[in-house]
Design a protein around this ligand. Structure first.
Ligand SMILES: [Zn+2]
Length: 276
């Protein structure tokens, strides 16, 4: 299939390129900042993203019955991607695009729409744009795999330039501790946040419950925390049981977009005090 981009897009992509190589400083490129600092005291908040959605409609249907603050993150070009995006939107769930990015290993699991280092600027930008177009109504992206690509600041600048143009935010799944994705996003004025806890590295309800406890402990410590989980039945069993209990513990479940500014404020405070 041939992918045709209307001519005016090339000007916008050129603009992105100029931003990405630093010819246009991001601050000059766009005046309105997505970051709003607030002195208001906010309650302890957690946000949850369920990603790897798109191949299994029955799993997705169960995810869509969770509280609507839970975000769905959908793999592009998967059989049920568009349907899940549509149902998520109409049920009030935030929709993210789960962008496959090159990993250090097991790249055979990336699936369609993957971004890799070997692609170069134009191919990467075009593929990212196609991925975005495939999932209508998305408000942000997070990386699927990506332990290799998210370490590379050049490719991350290209990705963030596109997100800035498309007004999408970025959630760093943090599949490597050496990721530069969130810091590149911040430097380019792209609203972003990062995953604190993976709920289901081990697909076992006991372990998932422990990870959920970790999520709450972290949120109580830093004021907020973000978890990523997957649509395994064990994960959904735990979430269905524990999400309704949050309120009585004084914890608010919020859409991931509500953590963007708070994470940024935290990063700024940490930078000011010299902490890593
Ligand atoms: Zn994934």
């Amino acid at each position: 299939m041939i992918f045709v981009i209307p001519r005016f897009y090339y000007f916008r992509v050129l603009f992105c390129l100029l931003i990405s190589v630093g010819i246009i400083p991001p601050a000059m490129a766009k005046k309105d900042s997505p970051f709003v600092l607030s002195n208001e005291q906010t309650p302890v908040q957690i946000a949850i993203i369920i990603d790897d959605l798109g191949t299994n409609w029955l799993q997705a249907k169960r995810v869509l019955k969770l509280p609507r603050a839970v975000a769905t993150s959908i793999l592009p070009f998967t059989p049920h991607a568009k349907k899940i995006a549509r149902f998520s939107k109409s049920a009030g769930h935030p929709v993210l695009i789960h962008i496959p990015m090159e990993a250090d290993e097991k790249n055979e699991l990336l699936g369609p729409g993957a971004l890799t280092e070997a692609m170069g600027f134009w191919a990467l930008i075009k593929q990212l744009r196609r991925n975005i177009v495939d999932i209508p109504g998305a408000e942000g992206i997070n990386n699927h795999m990506g332990s290799k690509l998210t370490r590379d600041s050049r490719e991350m600048r290209w990705v963030m330039a596109m997100l800035r143009w498309q007004d999408l935010y970025f959630v760093d799944s943090r599949t490597t501790t050496e990721t530069v994705a969130a810091s590149v996003a911040t430097s380019m004025g792209v609203a972003n946040t990062s995953r604190d806890v993976f709920l289901d590295h081990a697909i076992d309800e006991k372990d998932i419950n422990k990870q959920f406890d970790r999520l709450i402990a972290l949120a109580q410590k830093q004021g907020f925390a973000l978890a990523i989980g997957h649509p395994h039945k064990e994960t959904l069993n735990v979430l269905e049981k524990r999400l309704p209990q949050l309120k009585s513990r004084g914890i608010q479940l919020v859409p991931v977009s509500q953590l963007l500014n708070r994470q940024t404020r935290n990063v700024k405070l940490m930078t000011m005090t010299g902490m890593e």
